[in-house]
Design a protein around this ligand. Structure first.
Ligand code: HEM
Ligand code: HEM
Ligand code: SF4
Ligand code: SF4
Length: 396
């Protein structure tokens, strides 16, 4: 039997999980590009180092983002991946596809690229993995023809993404799908033509379970919530009580604010103390529902560690109603981007800029009030700055 050319990768065809190696091998039967990719990857496993050159600047006419250029550092061995660019294709909100949309995407990619994809990139885009520079424009033209556009890359607004929301989830407090689509269309210019100090991401989850992890992975996080009382269906509570769910132990005792009371027959929630953590609703979805007055909390600043440390987004607007045409949230996004564009240093994320200049400066620029919900605890040091005009007022 012939000796395998990819002994290290072959190991990864064993086991139960679907193997990416098997997938690349399937693509390699049709595509010399996928075949060279497979072999370059084997070399990387052997050498324990990536075999792509640094950087790569390519694109399509009219856009400054959407394509990530990439070149092999061993084109001598793998000529078919000498150029192996990635195209980001803006996905539909919530990743809902019909098969004919996917088929047309596949047809285009079989024609122009390696046949390999990533469904999907972490930001959300459908990722078309591997094509050459001379195919970019024609591929883009075919994509446009089929109704697809590119997503974002570089110092631009990145492709917004959202949870499945009201499409399939009874906890949705806002129409994450519609809002995501709306913002994507509204900010097309900012997505396609980088104009910011650095990248900017928007993610929308329709309730605090945060299924797109917007709090950790977006500079601007929208998280659905409600005001007022959690809706209780007493009959369904009784049904849970007679099931094997221990309401006292598993629901009430785990409520973070201990605002629930269970006397064995009736469930009471002292809603003024509820922080809308979702725990009780998650455990008793048939009995409990979010309140009727729904909207979202807007949080800002989330980012990965580089440069100043990882940040989770923190509260900017505790509650905002979100209904088409979404003027208030669009206006807020624009004001934030204005301030950041004026004040941000090169490659400084929004979260870092707010940390550098302070929330008070940020809030003043946005004309928003400081509210207790913005902090977990008040400051412990006394190094407080005052606005000069406030001091004048004191003197009078
Ligand atoms: C029995 C011992 C001490 C007494 C009675 C004492 C008393 C005081 C008083 C009355 C003040 C002025 C507070 C004010 O301006 O409102 C002060 C300030 C200060 N003390 Fe002490 N102190 C003692 C020990 C120490 C020690 C051991 C240190 C440092 C190792 C220290 C460091 C300071 C500093 C840095 C300030 C200035 C704080 C500021 O201006 O914000 N003190 N102390
Ligand atoms: C090379 C060494 C140091 C430098 C350059 C330095 C510099 C300074 C400066 C510029 C200030 C602010 C003065 C102002 O209020 O305008 C200050 C304040 C102060 N420094 Fe130092 N310092 C040094 C070492 C130390 C050491 C070793 C201590 C204590 C063991 C110390 C304790 C303090 C305290 C308590 C204050 C007052 C803080 C306050 O305003 O409440 N410093 N220092
Ligand atoms: S974030 Fe909330 S509304 Fe969205 S899918 Fe998850 S549980 Fe449902
Ligand atoms: S949502 Fe969370 S905080 Fe509110 S009552 Fe349920 S468990 Fe308690």
């Amino acid at each position: 039997m012939a000796k395998s050319e990819t002994p290290l990768l072959d190991e990864l065809e064993k086991g139960k999980w679907p193997s990416f190696v098997t997938e690349i091998k399937k693509a390699a039967e049709k595509s010399p590009m996928a075949n060279d990719l497979l072999h370059q990857l084997e070399l990387s496993y052997k050498d324990r180092i990536g075999h792509w050159k640094h950087g790569g600047i390519v694109g399509v006419k009219g856009y400054g983002s959407g394509v990530i250029g990439r070149y092999s550092d061993r084109p001598d061995l793998f000529p078919n991946v000498q150029a192996f660019h990635t195209i980001r294709v803006n996905h539909p909100s919530g990743w809902f596809y019909k098969t004919d949309a996917l088929r047309s995407l596949c047809d285009i990619w079989d024609k122009h690229g390696s046949g390999l994809t990533n469904m999907h990139g972490s930001t959300g885009d459908a990722i078309l993995l591997g094509t050459t520079t001379d195919h970019l424009q024609t591929c883009f033209d075919d994509l446009s023809e089929a109704g697809f556009d590119l997503g974002g890359s570089g110092s631009a607004l990145r492709t917004p993404s959202c949870c499945v929301g009201p499409g399939r989830c009874e906890w949705a407090c806002v129409d994450s799908l519609d809002l995501c689509h709306h913002l994507t269309m509204n900010f097309q210019d900012e997505i396609h033509r980088p104009m910011f100090p650095y990248k900017f991401k928007i993610k929308i989850s329709a309730c605090p379970n945060d299924c797109v992890a917007s709090i950790a992975r977006a500079d601007f996080s929208v998280i659905g919530t409600w005001k007022g009382d959690i809706r209780i269906d007493p009959a369904e509570v009784e049904a849970y009580a007679s099931s094997d769910l221990n309401i006292q132990r598993e629901v009430c005792d785990l409520c973070p604010t201990r605002c629930m009371e269970w006397d064995g027959r009736q469930l009471k929630i002292f809603n003024e103390d509820c922080t809308r953590c979702m725990h009780c609703i998650n455990l008793m979805p048939k009995a409990l529902r979010p309140g009727e007055e729904q909207g979202a909390t807007i949080l800002v600043g989330g980012k990965a560690p580089i440069v100043e440390g990882a940040l989770l987004s923190w509260v900017l607007v505790p509650f905002m109603k979100l209904e088409p045409p979404y003027e208030e949230i669009k206006d807020l996004i624009l004001r934030i981007q204005d301030w950041w564009s004026e004040n941000g240093r090169s490659r400084e994320r929004l979260g870092e800029l707010i940390k550098r200049l302070g929330m008070r400066t940020f809030l003043r620029a946005l004309d928003l009030p400081a509210t207790p919900q913005m902090v977990k605890a008040p400051r412990t040091n006394p190094y407080v700055f005052f606005w000069p005009e406030d001091i004048q007022q004191e003197v009078k």
